[in-house]
Write a protein that binds this ligand. Structure first.
Ligand SMILES: Cc1cc2nc3c(=O)[nH]c(=O)nc-3n(C[C@H](O)[C@H](O)[C@H](O)COP(=O)(O)OP(=O)(O)OC[C@H]3O[C@@H](n4cnc5c(N)ncnc54)[C@H](O)[C@@H]3O)c2cc1C
Ligand SMILES: NC(=O)c1ccc[n+]([C@@H]2O[C@H](COP(=O)([O-])OP(=O)(O)OC[C@H]3O[C@@H](n4cnc5c(N)ncnc54)[C@H](OP(=O)(O)O)[C@@H]3O)[C@@H](O)[C@H]2O)c1
Length: 482
């Protein structure tokens, strides 16, 4: 077991140096950065993840779906290309390096990238508690009234748990968003994030002539539309989009520079109004857009229908543009969508019946607001809409409200201040280094430059180990990094 150098007790309770809420790619990159940047220090760290295992957007791991980013922007390379956690090292260890080279692509399957991240995550089993949902984070104050610890409340299998930590990283990803008239929970309504887990049960007969609606014009909507059509040969699938047409994502090289780690500095220093303009201007790199390859595939499939039936009467795939959902009702065996359509200057309202509606209407990144609600009183302005955040992703609490060795860090919800890369994988390797640097950079941290790059690691540095206690949700003994 590793020894621990810090203050591990607080009125008799164990104190973690760091608890990370959520163990998705952002936190996994932090785990790797801690392991590589602090090889000797072994801080007391714990990751709490509500899923039962590491899995990356499980509901959208569709057959054949590809990454939207070069594998070189993996969880380590841009911080340290010599890291053992690079995608290339993963391929080498899995004995697929040459076969992957022969594929001639920078864009692995999402299935393979998920496997890469699971391979990385497996090395940290002794510091992750899976199946544990964090419910609240609140400050704990010292005698002088300063917050010097945070209490992390969680639930695992109905059992409530509380732990103390000096720092908390909140990296919980996005929350599925449903369009307004849609009920939050309905057996015939599925958000794209749950596509793989719910659709096979909802549409259990592969040969049935189901009526399926897909709503949205982003990558998720296009992938789901294409997948339903190929999986259910007799289904009638309609894609409703608000705009004119499916539009391609811009991943051209000049534009793509906004996803360089150095672009975060520039963006952060830009005045708020200009930042907003830049987000709007570059939106088509990521939101409401589809990779051109997939647009072309869908166009091809619709063309084949046109070839075989010029009337359109028998088409299984249909796209209705300029369509806005205005009403929703349901009966035992179907749902009815009221759609307003706008065509050639004419507005019409139509009711459409479906067996299932799949809403691919994106995500909101505001879950930290509820989790951190009790800490708002520490802000200079507790009524502020957003948590003010520093370049190092640390929440800027009011002067003297929080002790210097305590704090909250936010990951993946800082697009407004840190740019469009914030919700993506693009900068994770470097960003994780920056966060680790900000949290742990003191006299112990002699091998880390201020830009978060680690220097050469000792060859003896290892992760995980035989003492790993698996993923027990209670009584986990996170003994730090090895
Ligand atoms: C289908 C899909 C494909 C994508 N593909 C790409 C791509 O190819 N390239 C790219 O750059 N980006 C892609 N993205 C964007 C995506 O946001 C990032 O890939 C990445 O998942 C961000 O990592 P994260 O850790 O910030 O968030 P997430 O991956 O969402 O991870 C957050 C984790 O926190 C856990 N969690 C949430 N709440 C709690 C709680 N209260 N307690 C405990 N645990 C909690 C969740 O279970 C989850 O495991 C994709 C997004 C989707 C939806
Ligand atoms: N293979 C992959 O790598 C992959 C797969 C899926 C997703 N992703 C990523 O995941 C992220 C999210 O993508 P996403 O497609 O889920 O979401 P998104 O890009 O935010 O797209 C949401 C879509 O829903 C539509 N919409 C929102 N509210 C609506 C409403 N009330 N009525 C009708 N339509 C509405 C939007 O319409 P408008 O266009 O009219 O605004 C938009 O087209 C992106 O980063 C994307 O790249 C990656």
């Amino acid at each position: 077991m590793g020894h621990y150098n810090g203050d591990s007790q607080h009125d008799g309770e164990e104190v973690y140096d760091l608890i990370c809420v959520g163990f998705g790619p952002a936190s996994l990159a932090i785990a790797i950065a801690i392991h590589e940047m602090l090889p000797e220090r072994r801080p007391k760290v714990l990751f709490l993840e509500r899923q039962q295992q590491f899995i990356w957007h499980a509901g959208m791991l569709l057959p054949g779906s590809k990454m939207q980013i070069s594998f070189i922007k993996d969880l380590a390379t841009l911080r340290d290309p010599r890291s053992e956690f690079t995608f290339l090292n993963y391929l080498k260890e899995k004995n697929r390096l040459l076969d992957f080279i022969n594929l001639g692509t920078f864009l692995p399957l999402r299935e393979e990238y998920n496997d890469y991240m699971q391979w990385c995550a497996s090395k940290f089993n002794d510091v992750v508690s899976y199946g544990e949902t964090v419910t609240l984070v609140e400050p704990s104050k010292d005698n002088a009234g300063k917050a010097n610890r945070f209490v992390v409340h969680s639930k695992a299998g109905g059992i409530e748990e509380r732990r103390l930590a000096k720092r908390v990283v909140v990296a919980v990803g996005g929350r599925p968003v449903l369009p307004k008239p849609m009920p939050e929970y309905h057996p015939r309504v599925v958000h794209s994030s749950q596509y793989s887990s719910r659709v096979p049960q909802a549409l259990s007969n592969l040969d049935a002539s189901y009526r399926v609606a897909v709503i949205g014009a982003g990558q998720s909507a296009a992938e789901v539309f294409s997948d339903v059509s190929s999986r259910y040969a007799n289904a009638n699938t309609t894609l409703f989009i608000r705009g004119d047409a499916l539009k391609p994502s811009d991943d051209s090289p000049f534009v793509n520079e906004i996803f360089n780690p150095s672009a975060t500095d520039k963006f952060f220093q830009t005045p708020a109004e200009e930042r907003h303009q830049q987000l709007v201007e570059n939106r088509a790199t990521n939101y409401s857009v589809v990779r051109l390859e997939l647009i072309e595939r869908i166009y091809h499939d619709i063309y084949v229908q046109r070839l075989r039936d010029p009337s359109g009467a028998s088409w299984k795939m249909n796209i209705r543009n300029h369509s806005q959902l205005t009403g929703f009702s349901s009966s035992n065996d179907h749902v009815t969508l009221r759609m307003s359509h706008h065509e050639n200057g004419v507005d019409t309202v139509e009711d459409h019946e479906f067996d299932l509606v799949i809403v691919a209407t994106g995500y909101a990144r505001d879950m930290h607001q509820e989790l951190l609600a009790p800490t708002k009183s520490l802000l200079e302005d507790p009524t502020a809409e957003r948590f003010p955040i520093g370049r190092d992703y640390k929440v800027q609490f009011g002067d003297g409200k929080v002790s210097a060795d305590a704090g909250i860090y936010l990951q993946g919800c800082n697009e407004v201040t840190h740019g469009l890369s914030d919700t993506l994988l693009s900068v994770l390797a470097v960003r994780a280094g920056e966060v680790v640097d900000s949290i742990f950079n003191d006299k112990h941290l002699s091998n880390v430059h201020t830009n978060g790059h680690a220097t050469k690691l000792p060859a003896s540095s290892k992760v995980g180990g035989p003492q790993s206690n698996g993923n027990g949700h209670n009584g986990i003994s996170a003994n730090g990094y090895h």
